[in-house]
Every structure is written in C-alpha cells, then in structure tokens.
Write a protein of this length. Structure first.
Length: 292
C-alpha cells in the first residue's frame, strides 16, 4: 500500500509543477495582451491643403469719388440700397462766394449695393476723397494674399473650402491668380469665387480659406498616427483574430492627420492607431472601444 501510495504521490508531484506552469503561462499571456485602439481602413477624400485667412468681397466693387471739390448737399440713397449703374447717389454744392452753380450729381459707376456712405451733409469733398463704397454682391469672392511659393502651387479651378465659422462651410473655386507680386510685401492676390450664397455673409467679413492643391476623391486612408517607421520601411499593424500582423505600406498624400495608402492595405482592414509602439508581429492585443 505504501509503495502504491508512494507511486501515486510521485506522479502527482510531477503533474503539479506542470499544471502550475501551464496556468501561470496562460495568466502571463493574458496579462501581456496589450490594449490598443484601432480603426477600419476607409475610402474618402484626401487633399493637400493651403490654409489662409481672406476677406469677402463683391465680385465687382467701387469707391466713388467726386469729379470736383465742393460740399456734400445730400445723399440720395441709404446704406443697403440697391443701385443701378449711373444712378445718382449724391449731390454736391460747388458754389463759391459770388458764383452759384447747379449741384454736381455724383453717379454710381457700377450696379450693386451701397455698402458705406463716408460723409455727412455739409462736409467738404475733394476728388481724392471717396464719398461712398458700392459692391455688387450677386456673386461673392474671397480675396486672399499669398506668398510666391504658394501661388506657384495653385491652379485656376482648384477646389476651396471657406469657413465662416466652425459650423459653416461654403464651397468655392479659385478663379483668379495674380500675375504680379506686390513689390513691397512680395505677396500676390488670389480670388476665390463662392459657389453658394450664405445668409449673413457680406463684404468685409474675415473667413478661413482652405485651398485643395492636390486632391484624391476616393483614396484609401488611415490616421497618420497609425504609421510606424523602421529604417526606410513604413508599416502598420493590422489586427486579425486578436493578433497583430505587420504590413508594409506605400503612402501618398498627407493632410490634416490622415495619410493616403497606395498599397499594403484593403478597405475594411483593422489598423492599430494607438499603442502600436513596441508591438511585435503576431502579438496578442485587445481593442479598446468601438472600431469605426
């Protein structure tokens, strides 16, 4: 009985370390599974972007100057009135002591809306002093000043996003690029034609302008933070069956936190975005949160 009992005890003594080792290994493997965040590879627009501030302007604008000096008798229009080309907008008194003249009629050189009336009746006027500002707002432009280096990167017809604020985006297109630079500032003027009217948008409004210089409409793209680099290789970690698979990728355009993937991934692949540093090929991971 002792020998039998001793034999059973001996076998149990051999099994215990094996079972404990397997259990510890399983627990250790579970502990070492890294928690990461991930997204699915998606298709969408990606573009190189030049970002500036610009000023809204009517596609045709005019400062109105009198032809002769005198005093302002009256305005025949109010700010906000619509006027036709050659419509009288003001009358000037050109009389001097001993001589009287008919009032000088000042006319609008364009069709548009009276934006600003600068003077008050009785104030002196001169040919070099504007008396009114008129803007044709049937179409609106955004005027942007850019350095020569960026002027050379854009083309007529480039798509533009114009932001009135963080919630209002208006589409536009580049329709005019300066042929010469301002010799003082070394800047050139770009005009963006707005493709949609927006209530409350008026000449003089400051807006944010994003010109898309290179555009891919349906690119495979992932967050830029997904990319890892080693020597001359660029790669990402794809999650398959709870484990990582290292994939070398070829990249294209980079814009606003996203990068175009030309090869190495497919739409719908799950790519690690946070926690990739230190990962190894084939390592077990847990994905935190929802994969979008």
């Amino acid at each position: 009985m002792k020998s039998f009992g001793g034999k059973r005890i001996g076998r149990f003594a051999v099994l215990v370390p094996f079972l404990m080792s397997a259990l510890l290994y399983a627990q250790e493997g579970e502990r070492e599974a890294m928690t990461v965040e991930a997204v699915r590879v998606q298709r969408g627009e990606i573009a190189e972007v030049l970002e500036y501030f610009g000023t809204v302007a009517g596609y045709e604008e005019a400062q109105v100057y009198p032809d002769m000096p005198g005093k302002l008798l009256e305005y025949t229009v109010k700010e906000g009135d619509e006027v036709e080309k050659d419509q009288v907008i003001a009358k000037l008194d050109r009389s001097v002591p001993g001589l009287e003249f008919k009032p000088l009629l000042v006319k609008s050189p364009i069709k548009g809306i009276v934006g600003i009336l600068y003077l008050k009746p009785g104030q002196a006027v001169a040919p070099q002093v504007p008396i009114a500002f008129i803007s044709n707002t049937e179409s609106l432009d955004v005027v942007v000043e850019m350095p020569e280096s960026d002027l050379n990167r854009i083309r007529i017809g480039d798509e533009v996003d114009v932001y009135l604020d963080s919630n209002v985006k208006i589409p536009g297109k580049v329709h005019r690029i300066a042929h010469a630079l301002n010799p003082m500032s070394r800047m050139g003027t770009v005009k963006v034609r707005l493709l949609r009217r927006q209530r409350g948008l008026r000449p003089g409004t400051l807006v944010r302008v994003m010109v898309k210089t290179r555009l891919v409409k349906s690119a495979l793209k992932v967050p830029l933070r997904s990319l890892m680099r080693s020597d001359s290789l660029t790669y990402v970690f794809v999650v398959e069956g709870g484990k990582t698979r290292r994939r070398e990728v070829e990249t294209g355009l980079v814009s606003r936190g996203w990068v175009e993937i030309k090869s190495g991934l497919q739409e719908g692949d799950t790519v690690v975005t946070l926690g990739a540093a230190g990962l190894q090929d084939g390592e077990a991971v847990r994905i935190r949160g929802e994969v979008k």
